[in-house]
Design a protein around this ligand. Structure first.
Ligand SMILES: Cc1cc2nc3c(=O)[nH]c(=O)nc-3n(C[C@H](O)[C@H](O)[C@H](O)COP(=O)(O)OP(=O)(O)OC[C@H]3O[C@@H](n4cnc5c(N)ncnc54)[C@H](O)[C@@H]3O)c2cc1C
Length: 507
């Protein structure tokens, strides 16, 4: 084995996110991609608040913010009336907006960030096959020169997209189905009365039309079309897009200068187990679904963040296999939830029966005024409502906080740690758990745990209750909370996940 600890197959947005998060923790990675270059397509257009928060923990969110544009709200319309409008500033996050950034730009930023950590994507390099013998994974890589190189690594991450070689190699079934409808997608310039910072979804009797701002007059247009137009190999003419805009749009929109015209079909598929032995499936290799909700790439990146800190602890000899097992347990459940949500959004938008269309419009029009409905929609889109409450990590602990249940995402907050005023997410950048004491001096972390856990304190407020101590994972989800007297038990809940089981007992 050379000194590479993990081989990442696939340098799409998910593979590069994983490589970045691992290399930041000092893990030796190799990342290969069979294609000669990054995508030049706008594909995944939105980065949601939770993804931005996780890049904040990585320390590089600004590079994405500088390259994108802030989408302020989503509006659902029908017959010229607004049925529902939800402002993204309802997201209780430091990033209360949808960052509109074409996937080509996201990948550019990721590759630059990787370069700054001394990691370079090896392009024209294809993972052909691999064997996991239990002690390590031996992989065969086909290079541009036609030579096959054999590499031996501790772990293999399959970030190789919907047709994943890793998924096929571990024999994981990609269960699901393809939707019968066809879809068109256009990335082009639009003239006319269309908001520059708003996602507009228009439900019509002909079908749905969605318009996303990209930058300036550049927009993404998506619409469903009859199934007999669903052949993705047939080029999409610009005048078909114009017809759809005239038929379903607000009127007076003119499409021109396309960057990308495409057709697609919706596939909803997912594996059950994201892990087999030393191999992991991440991103589209593990789940694909409708673009409604724009969560494919975001969910994949969040898979990568979930896995990275666990792999880092494993290669440093700190984590037991039980910790790595939580990756599939946690992310497969989230994958199910995201698939369900995307499917509901798609089916509601594409109801064909005129009576059901009327019923839908009346119901959404009535509910759309309720602030609780708007809040739920924003939290779901922003992926701030995803929780690991079902995880084995923390399962043994009886959490006491009411406002922040265990498994929930922990918001960023001002803290003091190691004598300095800082932010929670900046402390999490260390790759360690944070033991956060609220309204008192930071609880002491026993020496045997200091490799794993760092202490901090915060003033009460928001999600944090006075007198409680919170144990927060490196990806800012809550393991559990306790009173000061319960801290040894809270820390002890980590014990089964460590290789040492903590040499000395918690205090
Ligand atoms: C038309 C379209 C519109 C979309 N719109 C949205 C949207 O609005 N919002 C959203 O969130 N998502 C959207 N998506 C989905 C989003 O693009 C994907 O979820 C995202 O690209 C997944 O990233 P990934 O890194 O997992 O996989 P990919 O981006 O597919 O990257 C996989 C990489 O692996 C490489 N590879 C494959 N096999 C091998 C091998 N054997 N060896 C080495 N390398 C290999 C490929 O070359 C590729 O670079 C859209 C997708 C499409 C096609």
């Amino acid at each position: 084995m050379d000194n590479t600890q993990i081989l990442i197959a696939g340098a799409g947005p998910v593979g590069m996110t994983l490589a970045l998060a691992l290399s930041r923790q000092g893990v030796k990675v190799r990342i290969v991609d069979k294609s000669p270059s990054r995508t030049d397509k706008s594909k995944a257009l939105v980065m949601w608040p939770r993804t931005l928060e996780l890049f904040d923990i990585e320390g590089c969110v600004k590079s994405f913010l500088d390259a994108g544009m802030q989408g302020r709200r989503v509006r659902i319309m029908s017959d010229g009336k607004t049925l529902l409008q939800a402002n993204f500033d309802l997201a209780k996050s430091s990033f209360p907006y949808a960052l509109m950034i074409p996937q080509s730009e996201t990948e550019r930023v990721l590759e630059e960030q990787l370069g700054s950590h001394g990691v370079h994507v090896e392009r024209n390099t294809e993972l052909q096959s691999f064997i996991d013998d239990g002690d390590a994974v031996t992989a065969k890589l086909l290079g541009q020169d036609g030579n096959v190189e054999e590499v031996r690594v501790a772990y293999l991450a399959g970030c190789d997209g919907a047709h994943s070689v890793v998924r096929k190699g571990i024999g994981a079934e990609f269960t699901g189905s393809a939707e019968p409808s066809g879809w068109i997608l256009a990335d082009l310039m639009l003239d006319g009365d269309v908001a520059p910072d708003e996602i507009v979804i228009i439900w019509t009797r002909h079908g749905v039309l969605a318009i996303f701002p990209i930058v300036g007059n550049r927009y993404r247009v998506i619409a469903d079309v009859p199934a007999d137009e669903g052949d993705v190999s047939v080029p999409l003419p610009l005048d078909r897009v114009q017809t759809v805009l005239d038929e379903r749009g607000p009127g007076g929109l003119r499409a021109h200068d396309p960057f990308w015209l495409s057709r697609f079909r919706i596939n909803e598929r997912k594996v059950h187990d994201y892990t087999k032995g030393r191999c992991f499936l991440v991103g589209d290799a593990a789940h694909i679904h409708s673009p409604a909700g724009g969560q494919g790439m975001n969910t994949g990146m969040q898979d990568a963040f979930n896995l990275a800190w666990k792999i880092a602890m494993a290669v440093n000899g700190q984590a037991a296999t039980k910790l790595l097992a939580t990756y599939s347990q946690e992310r497969s459940a989230i994958g199910d939830q995201v698939l369900r949500n995307a499917s509901v959004l798609t089916h509601v938008a594409t109801v064909g029966n005129p009576f059901l269309q009327k019923l839908r419009n009346v119901a959404v029009g009535a509910l759309g005024d309720l602030s609780i409905v708007q809040q739920r929609l924003v939290d779901q889109l922003a992926e701030l409502d995803l929780s690991y409450h079902h995880s084995d990590l923390g399962a043994l602990h009886n959490s006491v906080a009411h406002r922040l249940p265990k498994g929930n995402r922990v918001p960023d907050v001002a803290v003091a740690s190691q004598g300095a005023a800082t932010r929670l997410y900046a402390v999490l950048r260390s790759g360690r758990f944070v033991l956060l004491t609220v309204g008192a001096e930071a609880a002491e972390v026993p020496a045997a745990l200091q490799e794993w856990v760092i202490a901090a304190s915060a003033v009460p407020g928001g999600a944090f209750e006075e007198g409680l101590v919170y144990l927060i994972r490196p990806d800012s989800y809550l393991v559990g909370s306790a009173t000061a007297a319960g801290v040894p038990d809270l820390l002890g809940s980590l014990r089964p996940f460590t290789t040492s089981g903590f040499a000395s007992p918690a205090p």
